[in-house]
Design a protein around this ligand. Structure first.
Ligand code: GCB
Length: 832
């Protein structure tokens, strides 16, 4: 009989593949130093050494060698010992008691080191040399995410009987299939495995299956083996696994020598039948549109060394959003993520990090072998999860080649290597993971069709950014239709789509690359319409569930790719709530699209958007508006604000308050002492900085005029030394004169400058770091006819110049007649 404790274990759905009879010790206390910094630190694993420098202002982050050391006790040398590492980025060399014990390449799969022959009674030393230095033989070579170095997942010392389930590729060598017949009425469980049994003792195996909900035994049998485990049995009317009802069974395989249990393997299994074809995805004989998100593993404040509870919360949130599908891009993630997907009911696409490019020349063979080893481990470690259906092995693999513009010979070599590797990985995946679907993600370029690589995997995923990196939102549908027309037999999925959005930014005229949440919503709404209209599109996963670290990026926040539906700290953006309203129709969602509690504007008109999947009532001060259920999860209403506080409320049909919002309205003016006006130039966005300062675009105020052929200039690059990048990432250029009407008074004026890259050189091009002529000219900037000395500035830097202007009725910023000025912003404060 199972004990109550055990049953509870089932109920919580926490059971996993593990040994119940051996001992497992978490090794969390370590000392650590690096090649660069020899100071010894005491740290706990999970750990990464790039937590600071991946986010600081210096370009790049340290990629080198870190040395971890710890000790552990052993008092019985008759047992077998393994060190189990769940993830070390990216190369780990292990030494036990000063002796070399093994090496592992690749940062995203688990591995075991057999320590049995190197241990001593008493204290044992363990040293792990880890490097995340670039290595042309280890994927990924290049990718849009930060390769945080360190032992960033758990490490265990495992003690086992000398006879145990064999360990291979970082997992117990046991493969389980839970299959269904055509009618879904008959299930079959197939088990293949092997046992390390040096003396060839005769052993007993007991296989038992329990209902995961009530712990009730469903099946149990015993048989004898020596070292090969093969078992198959049928089950009538099994409960099915699906995203809607993720019914699981708990399987245990106990190994005994006749007298006692010596090893136990446990795993949750689920019966499901699936198929991907040109009319879509079929689960348990029903069509199912796969909709969900991609997920990276890192998290604000932790890098890639993220506590498990936070990781699991991600999965719960993804499910709560209404997703039935999750792509673990671009690498295998913690094993608990796969377990959570099993119990929550999320279909998984999981892949290895062969991203952006494959090497040519001498490195290719090793790269190819390492990729094959990774896919082998990836499959061995995750095959048994019912949630895992799609297995991938390449993402946008021709991206670098297309952008690097190489000569023809080099291109030929790359294409030939890439095709060879794709063919090998496809073959390997099909062989090792029958009953799964192979998949590959492409970027929107015809090279994948032309080279034939798009015909290798069973399903093709397109990463499409129309309306962001290129084209328009509604270019998506025609692209898909053409692909479908040209390749009617190719099952197609959208593996990525998304745009950057920053909650500090608000726009009334959403545009691509403005990083406004309004544009993010417009884009996702447009995409969903086009996706749902097309049955042949199997599904789609948003890029990305959460913002994630990508050191070289400069979105509105430096070092972060901001395409998340939730921020890096997982606070939701509006589009997250919108997906919830659209995908989770069983629950009522009625709330404001909330983008700024302030309305500093010369016009009191404001367009209010409401995210809803039910009929609702909007109350704005004394006015009321009734709405039917919006077809696409959002409705809007223009309202007229009063100066000061405005109270907005939402009610459902029953009259229950579902959300409220106070908006403070102020006409931008400088009527009172201490009043400020902060103008964000070269843009239509409003920006709320961390210190609560609201920066408004010129269009929000009526008292500014500009002279010159003025235009806007915008970049998305990290401006060093600030997290207020949106102020400095846009400029108004070619200003000959800018006049601000102000009430008579004394003013403090702050002129804000930034300098873009060389190719974008803009006039004021200040001081020492630029050519002298332009520097000279730039010195000739006047405010109310007083010459202003402009501070020197390097590329992608910013600066401000403070000026006091007494007794002014207007502020006139003027350029030398031979030139024009570029300004990123102006802040004005009334002193008298
Ligand atoms: C892609 C890549 C992904 C990037 C994303 C982006 O297509 O697969 O790794 O992060 O685009 O945001 O540019």
């Amino acid at each position: 009989m199972r004990s109550m404790g055990k049953r509870l274990f089932f109920l919580l759905g926490l059971a996993t593949a593990m040994h119940m009879n051996g001992q497992r010790t978490l090794l969390s206390e370590w000392t650590f130093f690096t090649e660069k910094d020899s100071a010894l630190q005491t740290i706990t694993v999970p750990h990464t050494w790039n937590l600071k420098d991946a986010f600081d202002d210096e370009p790049g982050y340290w990629r080198g060698k870190g040395i971890y050391e710890t000790t552990f006790e052993v008092n019985d040398l008759e047992q077998a010992y393994f060190l189990h590492f769940e993830g070390v980025n990216q190369e780990a060399k292990i030494f036990i008691n000063g002796k070399y014990a093994g090496i592992h390449l690749g940062g995203y799969t688990a591995f075991d080191i057999d320590a049995s022959d190197l241990l001593e009674i008493g204290e044992n030393d363990l040293k792990v040399e880890v490097t995340n230095a670039h290595d042309d033989t280890i994927p990924p070579l290049d990718a849009d995410f930060t390769f945080f170095g360190g032992i960033y997942r758990a490490v265990y010392l495992e003690m086992e009987n000398a006879v145990h389930f064999q360990k291979r590729h970082g997992a117990d060598n046991i493969k389980i299939d839970a299959l269904l017949d055509e009618t879904l009425k008959k299930g079959t469980v197939q088990i293949h495995g092997s046992v390390t049994n040096p003396q060839k003792d005769s052993l007993w195996v007991a296989v038992s299956l329990y209902d995961n909900i009530d712990g009730h035994p469903v099946y149990s049998t015993q048989f004898s083996i020596v070292d090969t485990l093969q078992h198959r049995y049928g089950l009538n009317l099994p409960k099915l696994w699906s995203p809607e009802l993720p019914n699981l069974y708990h399987l245990t395989i106990e190994l005994s020598d006749g007298a006692r249990t010596i090893d136990t393997y446990e795993h949750q299994i689920g019966f499901r039948k699936f198929e991907a074809n040109t009319s879509g995805f079929i689960l348990n004989n029903q069509p199912l549109k796969l909709l969900g998100v991609n997920r990276h593993q890192d998290f604000h404040g932790y890098g890639n060394a993220v506590p498990l509870d936070l990781q699991l919360k991600d999965l719960a949130t993804i499910k709560e959003m209404g997703s039935n599908f999750l792509r673990l891009a671009h690498y295998p993630q913690s094993k608990e993520i796969y377990e959570a997907a099993d119990s929550l009911g999320l279909i998984l696409w999981s892949e290895i990090p062969v991203v952006n490019k494959v090497p040519i020349g001498d490195d290719f063979d090793s790269y190819s072998n390492n990729s094959i080893a990774m896919q082998t481990e990836h499959i061995a470690q995750n095959y048994n999860h019912p949630s895992l259906i799609f297995l991938g092995y390449m993402n946008e693999i021709f991206l670098r080649m297309v952008f690097d513009r190489l000569d023809e010979k080099t291109e030929e070599a790359i294409i030939s290597n890439t095709l060879d590797l794709a063919t090998d990985l496809e073959q390997l995946t099909r062989n090792r993971a029958p009953n799964h679907i192979t998949v590959m993600a492409l970027h929107g370029n015809s090279i994948y069709n032309e080279t034939g690589i798009a015909d290798i995997a069973m399903v093709i995923g397109w990463n499409l950014y129309k309306g962001w990196y290129e084209g328009k939102i509604f270019d998506l549908g025609p692209f898909l239709d053409l692909e479908n027309q040209k390749f009617p037999n190719r099952p197609l999925i959208i593996s990525e789509y998304g745009v950057g959005a920053d909650p500090r930014i608000r726009s009334e005229i959403p545009k691509k690359f403005d990083f406004s949440e309004a544009y993010q919503l417009e884009y996702h709404l447009g995409y969903m319409k086009q996706i749902l209209e097309r049955d042949y599109v199997m599904g789609a996963t948003v890029w990305n569930f959460a913002d994630f670290a990508s050191e070289f990026r400069g979105d509105a926040l430096p070092h972060i790719n901001q395409k998340g539906l939730v921020n890096y700290d997982r606070t939701p953006k509006n589009t997250f709530h919108w997906y919830k309203a659209v995908l989770d129709s069983t629950n009522q969602h009625i709330r404001f699209f909330r983008d700024s509690d302030r309305h500093d504007h010369s016009s009191n008109q404001r367009e209010i958007e409401v995210i809803a999947n039910r009929a609702f009532r909007l109350q704005a001060n004394d006015s009321e508006y009734l709405f039917e259920r919006p077809q696409w999860g959002v409705s809007s209403q223009t309202i007229y604000l009063r100066e000061g506080k405005n109270v907005l409320k939402l009610y459902d049909k029953e009259g229950t308050l579902t959300d409220y919002w106070n908006i403070d309205y102020k006409k931008p003016n400088l009527n009172k002492l201490g009043d400020r006006l902060n103008l964000n130039l070269g843009t239509d966005i409003e920006f709320l900085s961390k210190d609560g300062t609201l920066w408004i675009p010129i269009k929000n105020t009526s008292n500014v005029t500009t002279v010159g052929k003025v235009s806007m200039k915008k970049i998305a690059t990290n401006i060093r030394g600030t997290t207020n990048d949106p102020i400095y990432q846009s400029q108004l250029i070619n200003i000959e004169k800018m006049v601000l009407e102000v009430p008579e008074g004394d003013y403090e004026v702050l002129l804000h400058f930034s300098r873009f890259g060389n190719e974008n050189e803009l006039i004021f091009e200040l001081g020492k770091n630029t050519n002298p002529l332009r520097g000279d000219l730039a010195q000739q900037l006047y405010v109310n006819d007083k010459q202003v000395e402009v501070p020197p500035l390097g590329t992608f830097q910013w600066a401000t110049k403070r000026i006091l202007v007494p007794s002014a009725e207007k502020l006139e910023v003027k350029a030398n007649p031979r030139t024009t000025i570029s300004l990123a912003g102006i802040s004005i404060m009334r002193l008298r």
